[in-house]
Design a protein around this ligand. Structure first.
Ligand code: ASP
Length: 580
């Protein structure tokens, strides 16, 4: 038996006169005294059914029973609509189907929300995700995601990469987040960690002679959640032997260009722009700069060294933004709040009014050379940060983004990709009093900075790179250390003791000692990529069944308490009484 012989959404004027069996969901029913109109939805869209009680009284009485989201089948004839009833908003808008039989295949309880309703609470949407997924936007997102993965696979296979699956029950890999742990029943008291990434496995695969590996890998990171973060992410994971950065960049650029061409209909320019980490930090106050607008940070440290204004004179770095607007006191106060959140002590400013007159509490302290440097067009505001260079970057980077959005400076049609290169190897962790890997501990230093590992680790640069699209980090990777001695030295700097090195990474160190080729790779987060592609700020809109911001799945209720017997089997006991 077949439920239907064509999808209603595929019918066109050429089908006029055709007898059809259709099936789908009731998107809407309108009752016009006599005639009943039903919008029948299937995977491809909507077709209108018309039920005429005079021609088919039985179908009409079924039609009266229909409610939204009932599942029905209909038998009828395709007819052309009269010109004044054509609906240009839908692809089947020139025709409709005169239904002479109608059957309810499945009913729906009253809906917790309507599919075309805006602003429905997210928890409610997630609780009834099967309904939520019927909405146009999520249908589109899930389908675009599938096509995107298809493009990635096609390009990776064409470039000779082999798809290899790595374990989900694994050993901790340091990617900077907390691990999800899985207790082992067969080895009581022992735990697997879900992989934060297949990092070590992919290195081992290349060492094993798979010179080009890739995988669409799920990675688990137990982090606090935000609008743009998930605990389960999917990434294109890549590793290759004898890596050539230009080859890798060109491969990724080819994939991105094809994704943007086929899924967004825009031609992006390749090769992508490149900025060193230092330059990105200096000019945009960020390692993931949004280049869809200017508003670059300018440096004034050379003219403020001898300033009469103490804050400027004593600051290691003084930089500023020239904002193309005369900001009001209220606006400045709000920006000062933001600056403080990012670590500034205050926000010094100069405001040039329509006449070009300057208004500022600090102007009386500034000398000729300083005023000359800051002089700006009428109706412009100059905002300063004066502090340690890292604080200055953070503060002005945050102000730049805020102002870019608020003043409408961002060109929403622009697609701006940029590679960020030459990241620092380490950053100092003042609490733990040790160096932290900026990328991860397996990343190699540039040949020029290898010697700095002994003398000045903070100045050492890594062969590490990120790809940023419209201010969103969509990929990141590095060349790896393949020499056991160098790897041990980096572990030492990270204050991982020799015992701990053995315990945690002994197998990697052993593998590195048995003919490990130079290797390197990259990973690209599928959800982040979709956020950039679709200009979607909420990452959960790109996943079929996401958890909510509290890390809970409101639909299934997971995570749930478990049976004490199950815990006992695992050799576990809960210390605290369970909280509900
Ligand atoms: N393992 C890294 C990550 O998941 C990517 C890489 O270095 O290839 O972010």
């Amino acid at each position: 038996m077949s439920w239907r012989d064509v999808r209603g959404s595929e019918l066109r004027p050429a089908d006029e006169g055709r007898a059809v069996a259709l099936a789908g969901w009731v998107a809407r029913r309108r009752d016009f005294g006599g005639l009943v109109f039903v919008d029948l939805r299937d995977e491809g869209g909507i077709v209108q059914l018309v039920v005429n009680p005079e021609l088919s009284p039985a179908a009409a009485s079924v039609a009266h029973e229909l409610r939204n989201e009932f599942v029905v089948s209909a038998y009828g004839t395709v007819v052309r609509r009269t010109p004044e009833t054509v609906n240009p908003a839908i692809e089947t808008g020139e025709i409709e189907v005169q239904a002479n039989e109608l059957e309810i295949l499945s009913r729906s309880a009253p809906l917790p929300f309507q599919l075309d309703e805006d602003g429905v609470d997210e928890t409610l949407r997630l609780r009834y995700r099967w309904l939520d997924l019927r909405r146009d936007k999520l249908q589109r997102n899930v389908r675009v995601r599938a096509r995107l993965v298809g493009i990635i696979r096609a390009e990776m296979e064409a470039a000779g990469f082999v798809d290899i699956q790595t374990p989900i029950l694994a050993k901790p890999t340091p990617e900077g987040a907390r691990d999800f742990l899985v207790p082992s029943r067969l080895q009581p008291g022992r735990f697997f960690a879900l992989p934060q990434s297949p990092q070590i496995y992919k290195q081992l695969l290349v060492i094993s002679g798979f010179e080009r590996y890739y995988q669409i890998a799920i990675c688990f990171r137990d982090e606090d959640l935000r609008a743009d973060r998930l605990q389960e992410i999917t990434q294109l994971d890549v590793e290759l032997a004898f890596p050539d950065r230009e080859f890798l960049f060109a491969l990724v650029e080819r994939i991105m260009a094809r994704i943007w061409r086929e899924l967004r209909g825009v031609e992006v320019e390749t090769p992508f722009a490149r900025l060193t980490w230092e330059e990105a930090d200096r000019r945009y106050g960020s390692d993931k700069p949004d280049l869809r607008f200017g508003l670059e940070i300018e440096d004034a440290t050379d003219v403020t060294r001898g300033s009469q204004f103490g804050v400027f004179a004593h600051a290691p770095a003084v930089r500023f933004l020239r904002v193309p607007q005369e900001l009001s006191r209220g606006e400045l106060a709000k920006l000062e709040e933001l600056a403080k959140e990012w670590g500034a002590k205050g926000l010094a400013y100069l405001v040039y009014d329509e006449e070009g007159e300057v208004r500022s509490p600090i102007v009386k302290f500034l000398g000729e050379a300083e005023l000359e440097r800051f002089r700006s067009e009428p109706a412009t505001s100059v905002l300063f940060a004066a502090d340690e260079p890292a604080t200055v970057s953070r503060v002005l980077g945050a102000l730049r983004l805020q102002l870019g959005a608020e003043l409408g400076l961002i060109d929403r049609e622009a697609q701006r990709f940029v590679w960020i290169t030459e990241f620092p190897m380490f950053e100092w962790d003042p609490d733990a009093e040790r160096w932290d890997a900026v990328h991860h501990p397996f990343t190699r230093p540039t040949p020029e900075s290898e010697h700095l590992l002994d003398s000045d680790p903070g100045a050492a640069k890594a062969v590490a790179y990120d790809l940023v699209a419209n201010g969103i980090e969509i990929a990141g990777g590095s060349f790896r250390i393949h020499e056991p001695a160098l790897q041990a030295k980096v572990f030492d700097l990270l204050k991982i003791s020799p015992d701990e090195q053995r315990l945690k990474f002994g197998f990697l160190l052993d593998a590195l000692s048995m003919g490990a080729p130079p290797h390197g790779g990259i990973a690209s987060g599928i959800e982040r990529l979709l956020m950039a592609l679709l200009d979607e700020p909420f990452i959960r809109e790109l996943v079929a069944f996401p958890k909510n911001q509290a890390g809970v799945d409101p639909m299934s209720g997971a995570p749930t308490p478990v049976d004490p017997a199950q815990l006992a089997e695992l050799g576990l006991a809960l210390r605290e009484p369970r909280q509900r």
